[in-house]
Ligand binder design. Sequence first.
Ligand code: GRG
Length: 296
Amino acid sequence: MTSDLDGMAARDREAIEARLTTLVDALAGDHDGMREAIRYSLLGGGKRVRPLLCLWTHDMLGGWRRDAALDAACAIECVHTYSLVHDDLPCMDDDDFRRGQPSSHRRFGEAVAVLAGDALLNLAYEILATMRERHAVDADVCLDATAALARAAGTAGLISGQAMDLSPPSPRDAGVVDAIHLRKTARLIAASMEAGAILAGADAAARDRVRAAGVEAGRAFQITDDILDIEGAQETLGKTPGKDVHDGKLTLPSVIGVDASRARARSHVDAALAGLPAAKGTPLERLVLHVVERIR
Ligand code: GRG
């Protein structure tokens, strides 16, 4: 990213983290350990790509409800973080590190990690459902944002993506990889951008365009993640590199090789930007390009 954009991303990340802190601190609950586990995963690092996509899509479309968009962005980060906490569990991907620190179950035990993930998922919908009280957002807008997130997190998205990732259908080819990437990654990234469009008051056609571009960006993001597992370093990634290869995971590079995967990621980014002419010259354009340039 350019230095201007770095500065903007840093400011918005700070705003996202401050808002996440406020939302978590306001959570009801009598168990201090539980709140600590929620804070540990939610506030312990993370690039905040999805919330930035939400905010910068809102801004690109001339939205004027930035406070509400920030809440929607935080709700999305809560769902994303829950998925990471549960994904790391021994019964799933069994990962010891996440965001540069021991994964939740390594730090707090499995039961607390499961509950912390559950709490984050509930918090996400609580944030969206109560946006109307805090920001005088129309009920329809709250419902549309809630539905977009629920579709991406549910059986058409994260849940099926995870199930297919753990036990891929045959044949283990590029088509199956595409199907997994769509569900485990691309639909949540698309919903992040769509939520920004919803808060900006975009009509149905504009929302469809944003969502389609988001799927392309999300595919590029996941292919880059697959490549980084091969080429990245633990210090920058904050998680264990080489784990996909070690676990025999079905990734795009394992099927078509690293170079072809890189080309494919690039073509998804091009498709995303071709579908979003209004992004030209905006921070959103740079962020989408960054998806394939990133090293972490
Ligand atoms: C357990 C329901 C359930 C879902 C788990 C898909 C997934 C769903 C879990 C995480 C593993 C994984 C590789 C997901 C694909 C999406 C992805 C690349 C996650 C990592 O996102 P980043 O790089 O992470 O944005 P940070 O930590 O920066 O937020």
